[in-house]
Every structure is written in structure tokens, then in C-alpha cells.
Write a protein that binds this ligand. Structure first.
Ligand SMILES: NC(=O)c1ccc[n+]([C@@H]2O[C@H](COP(=O)([O-])OP(=O)(O)OC[C@H]3O[C@@H](n4cnc5c(N)ncnc54)[C@H](OP(=O)(O)O)[C@@H]3O)[C@@H](O)[C@H]2O)c1
Length: 342
């Protein structure tokens, strides 16, 4: 008999529909979201790939020799597989871990040219240090894949007075991107790829809770995670606007429901229950969209889009608000200002 505790049921609230969608969507096209049909944005090409394509398949035939790509959170799950596939195709992948040791272990586990570097996204000094190390390589950055993330912290944890998932998943990547944007602009066609999530719809229906970035009011792990993933999409959208007129692009994506360590903060009972609702994709498939958006030649010049299963999709309405995207940029800038040019 399956035992599901009250805490687990609470965590599941709002997530059931999304999990069911993940499961359905993995069974084949078309990509459909609960309650509304798939909407394709105009002006960006479709690919031949889908929910079952793998990172190796979407990069098959690409020679990435000479490209430098940063993957944050490369020590496990999607980041490790993304690094593996891109290094396999010849890219020099800079894989970050929260410690140099964990980054070294991850880089040492894949074939190809990799460089381990430490990055703790809740420590702004660590972000500054990483940006200095990247600059010291003397190479432009062909892609920055903002992948690292944490999900579902059971109780409120704060960093610099802000809710930890917001800082880790969004703000840290915001600061990192700002600090290395010139290196991305220096590449022939630099790309910023931000890993968001379909469950950005767990955020408040009103969008970013501007008056509650500390998370103190009515903290809920799912809502906080959803907000951080909504922030990922809005950040990517505003960055794309700011990159207009340059060769660089910014796009966000959702990798699907993938078998990684991301769910470690959820109770065991929920892990079992979730398994009944949705089939998890292996990381080989989960990393496909990141690799596709970071490298597909046909996406050159296409910016400001959101992808799922290697194809562009229109995300939920609150992830499409240019006003909210600009506001997030400004608020984020104010929050990291001490480390922007330090
Ligand atoms: N798996 C899914 O179904 C799914 C669905 C939608 C979106 N995503 C997104 O995919 C991304 C990758 O997640 P995953 O599923 O591959 O999970 P994962 O296996 O747990 O990997 C997360 C990575 O982020 C790193 N990380 C966590 N906190 C960090 C911090 N404070 N500073 C620097 N790095 C940190 C982790 O390092 P440590 O191992 O040292 O903690 C790890 O390398 C996340 O952004 C997640 O939100 C995943």
C-alpha cells in the first residue's frame, strides 16, 4: 500500500497536472499543456527532434571544436549529461561544481576537453571569482548554460535576506551572466541558455511576489521553486531584448520531468507517489533541449524564445510579460549591485 503523508500531499498541490502533462508529453507530440493547446511562437524554426530525442542525437554531426561553453551545475543530472554530450562533440566545456573537487570529479568522468571550476551560486564572491577565471582564459564564451538549480526546500532558507531558491536558481545566474556578458558578445554567436521549468506555473498566479522575495510570507516549497523558474524565463526574455542588434542570443527552456537528484528534498512518500503519475525521462533525453538550444545552427539569430522538447513553445502568460521581465532585471541589478563590477 502506498502511504502518502500530509506533507507530501501538500507538496504535490498544484503539481499533479504538470506531472501528468510531463508524462503525456513524453509519449509523443504534440506538446500539450494542461488546459490549453500547444502554441508555437512564429518566426523560429521547428526541429525534427522531440521529447525522446537525446543530447547525443541533437548534436550528432556537429563539430564544436574551438567553442567554449560553460555549464553550471555540471556535477550531476542534466548538467553532467549536457557537459558530456557537448564535450563529445569537441567543445571545450567549463563545468562548474559547488567545490573544485566535485567539479574535477565530474569533468574527469567525461571524454573530451573540460575544465573544472568552482561556483557556489549563493555566494556572490564565488560568482565574481568564476567570472574572473573565465576572463583569465582569454576565450570568448560561445555559450553559457545556466543550469544549476535546487528545488523544493522544505522550510524557508534565506541567503542575503532572500529566499534561497530565488537566489540559487535566478539571482546567482543573473550576476554571473552580467559579469561575463562581454565574453559572450565577443563570440561569433554567443548564446545564453537558461534552464527554467514547466512548473514555473507553480508560482503565484500574480507572478513574481515582489513584496515577498524573502519568502517569509506563507512560504511553500513549490511556490518558491516555481517563482525561481518563472524568474529564469523572465530573465531570459529581458536579456534577449537587451541583446537586440548583437549576434548574441538568449533563450530559456524546460527540460521535462527527468530522473535526477533534483527531487532529493522531497519526502520519500512523494517520490513513490510521483512515480505513479509520471514517467521520468533519463538524463540522456532530459539534456537534449539544453544541448539543442546551445548549439543548433538553425537557431542562430533566434532570441527571446522558450523551448520544450527541442522546439519553441509559448510559455504561460506570466512568463511573457515584458514589463515584468524589465522589472525583474532592475530589481535583480539592485540586489547584486555590490558585486557587478567588484
Ligand atoms: N530534473 C527535472 O525534472 C527538471 C525539470 C525542470 C527543470 N529542471 C532544472 O534543471 C536544472 C538541473 O537540475 P537537475 O535536474 O539536473 O538536478 P541535480 O541533479 O540536482 O543537479 C543540480 C546541479 O545544480 C548544482 N547546484 C545546486 N545548488 C547550487 C548552488 N547553490 N550553487 C551552485 N550549484 C548548485 C548541483 O550541485 P550539487 O550536486 O553540489 O548540489 C548540481 O550540480 C535545474 O535548474 C532544475 O531546476 C530539472
Amino acid at each position: 500500500m502506498l502511504l502518502v503523508g500530509a506533507g507530501a500531499l501538500s507538496l504535490l498541490a498544484g503539481g499533479g497536472a504538470a506531472l501528468a502533462w510531463w508524462s503525456r508529453s513524453r509519449r509523443g507530440a504534440p506538446i500539450a499543456e494542461p488546459g490549453r493547446p500547444t502554441v508555437r511562437p512564429p518566426g523560429v524554426p521547428l526541429s525534427a527532434f522531440g521529447g525522446r530525442s537525446t543530447a547525443e542525437e541533437v548534436t550528432d554531426g556537429l563539430d564544436l571544436t574551438g567553442r567554449t561553453i560553460v555549464v553550471t551545475g555540471a556535477t550531476s543530472g542534466l548538467g553532467l549529461e549536457t557537459m558530456r554530450a557537448l564535450a563529445l562533440r569537441g567543445a571545450h566545456v567549463i563545468g562548474t561544481g559547488r567545490s573544485l573537487e566535485s567539479a574535477r570529479a565530474a569533468c574527469g568522468s567525461v571524454r573530451g576537453k573540460t575544465t573544472p571550476l568552482p561556483l557556489e551560486l549563493t555566494d556572490f564572491d564565488s560568482i565574481v571569482e568564476l567570472s574572473r577565471s573565465l576572463r583569465a582564459t582569454g576565450s570568448p564564451l560561445d555559450a553559457l548554460i545556466c543550469n544549476a538549480g535546487v528545488m523544493g526546500l522544505r522550510s524557508l532558507e534565506k541567503v542575503r535576506g532572500l529566499e534561497r531558491q530565488f537566489v540559487t536558481n535566478h539571482l546567482g545566474h543573473y550576476l554571473l551572466t552580467r559579469r561575463v556578458l562581454d565574453l559572450i558578445l565577443a563570440a561569433p554567436q554567443g548564446r545564453v541558455v537558461t534552464v527554467s521549468s514547466y512548473v514555473m506555473n507553480w508560482s503565484s498566479p500574480a507572478g513574481i511576489e515582489w513584496d515577498n522575495l524573502s519568502g517569509e510570507r506563507d512560504y511553500h516549497p513549490n511556490r518558491a521553486y516555481g517563482q525561481s523558474k518563472l524568474a529564469n524565463a523572465l530573465f531570459s526574455l529581458e536579456l534577449a531584448r537587451r541583446l537586440r542588434g548583437t549576434a548574441a542570443t538568449s533563450n530559456s527552456l524546460e527540460p521535462g520531468y527527468v530522473d535526477t537528484g533534483l527531487f532529493k528534498h522531497y519526502p520519500v512518500s512523494l517520490k513513490g507517489f510521483r512515480g505513479l503519475l509520471a514517467e521520468k525521462a533519463p538524463v540522456t533525453q532530459g539534456a537534449a533541449t539544453s544541448c539543442y538550444v546551445a548549439t543548433a545552427p538553425i537557431l542562430a539569430g533566434h532570441s527571446g524564445y522558450h523551448f520544450a522538447m527541442c522546439n519553441p513553445v509559448v510559455p504561460i502568460a506570466r512568463a511573457c510579460s515584458e514589463t515584468e521581465a524589465r522589472r525583474l532585471w532592475d530589481v535583480s541589478e539592485a540586489l547584486v549591485t555590490s558585486h557587478l563590477s567588484a
